[in-house]
Design a protein around this ligand. Sequence first.
Ligand SMILES: C[S@@+](CC[C@H](N)C(=O)[O-])C[C@H]1O[C@@H](n2cnc3c(N)ncnc32)[C@H](O)[C@@H]1O
Length: 565
Amino acid sequence: MNQLILGDNLEIMRKMESESIDLIYLDPPFFSNRNYEVIWGDKGEVRSFEDRWSGGIDHYIAWLKERVSEMHRLLKPTGSIFLHCDWHANAEIKVYILNKIFGEHNFRGDIIWQRTNAHNDAKRKLAVLTDTIWYYTKTDNFTYYPIYSDHNEISSKFYSYNDNDGMGFYQLTDISSPNPRPNMMYDWLGFPFPQKGWRFQKETMQKLHDEGKIYYPKKHDGSFDFSKRPRLIRYLNEQKGLLLGNIWIDINNVQSQSNERIGYPTQKPEKLLERIILASSNEGDIVFDPFVGGGTTIVVADKLKRNWLGIDQSVQAIKVSEMRLNNQQNLFSADFTVLLHKYDYEKLFNQDPFEFEKWIIERFGGNPHGKKGGDKGTDGKMRDGTPIQVKQSENIGVNVIKNFSVSARQYDKTLFEKNQKQNLPVGYIIAFSFGKGAVQEVARLKNEDNIIIKLVQVDEIVPLAKKPKLSIEIKQLSKDTKGLTEIEFTAIATSDAGIEFFSWDFEYSEEEKKFKASIMLDKEGNQSHKFKPGIHNIAVKAVDNEGLEAIEVVKVKVNGVVEAV
Ligand SMILES: C[S@@+](CC[C@H](N)C(=O)[O-])C[C@H]1O[C@@H](n2cnc3c(N)ncnc32)[C@H](O)[C@@H]1O
């Protein structure tokens, strides 16, 4: 689990196991036929856009329905689905998709999320300020925890006191009994009881007093003011908030100045996903977002200790989600994998040899021996026992073939001779490429001794691509009055697949070697940033259309003037 997958969600879902998911949130592209519906603009997304738009609303509904059917199959019987949409198609989605697939009886609510306030155009016409989130479950036995509004929303209104003693905001409430209660009519620390008595019995009053939860009115000299009544102190952080139903007006859309803002339209606020995930899943559950976009759902799921799975057809969406996850990863975070269409040649070439052997043999359909150093010159075997050898290098020479023909015989003599007789391969060698000598030796062995050795290039097993080439240029712009120096960086990148975007880390740590993006989505590759005097490492990442990336780091010394070091 914990995977980000590039591709059309329909194809990927079809390969997934039934009843394996606890919660699905989807925020598919809306039916609006507007340019802003194309968010990333890369090949994958445009393909999907055209796919939905080759017809009108019926086509859109059919496109979505096919996918929602798969989601229904994937949900566990206790699972829930939240489908985020807007006025363009919310009615059709409910009637033609959700009621049909999940059944009207499994409708749990239409969440109305107010994402914006009325602006000027609301003076001319009725402004639509809300989105709809359809909420259905698979059966009537589902996970649900009540939802309470955020404290911030109520704090300013009701909890206005703060002694700055670390306990936060509080309110003072009445502690007189609403009905006459003879057993609560006692004097308390010199304060006479209210007309109908106190709200609490003496023991409870003592307990509240000991916990510092009673406020005593005082005079200027600090002594108790017996003409007023003590009150109960209620701290905001001890309250749950207001119990909520389906109208959510307390979650703001991602604002332009917000920390979580990445810089693409349709990004949903983390608070919204937090509320949905907390209401309908438990720690360790699996949360799935088939239209993951910039990764809001999975970033929140990860924070809340859920397992997760995200799919998007856009390479940019996947890479932005990956970076967001990396930015929040710490020592305790669970690992995750990113599945792209192509693998980075150089990365595989330089990977730990043992890991590489195991990985490529499995992808080839064999079983790795799982022993460092191999077994009699072989690294794994096919199902029938025929040996496999892996060479993590290029241009394999004639000696490798000669040695392998000996090792393959030693590994299993009977099988070797049987394969030889039946004109079957006696073994496989996997490598990045083979030299002419090796190919000729293979031909000679076949002609002279009927020994067939199959040479398999890594790119016949997994699609490979070369990562982008990248360099950075720097230019000092100015030194401002506060002693900060502004530097302009220009990234220059090329890739056969075409460059999609750049990301920047202005505080790259040489020790950790972990890229934590300060700017995640920069289409131009041009940034300026201000630095204090000292030595700084700046890293830029170039991502291409296959999702392959290159990182380049520059070290600059800033001391009135800028020098690359
Ligand atoms: C509205 S955005 C999701 C935004 C996301 N909720 C967030 O907060 O960042 C919709 C996403 O669906 C993706 N998409 C569209 N068609 C798809 C398909 N068939 N398979 C997978 N992803 C698709 C788009 O690339 C886009 O990133």
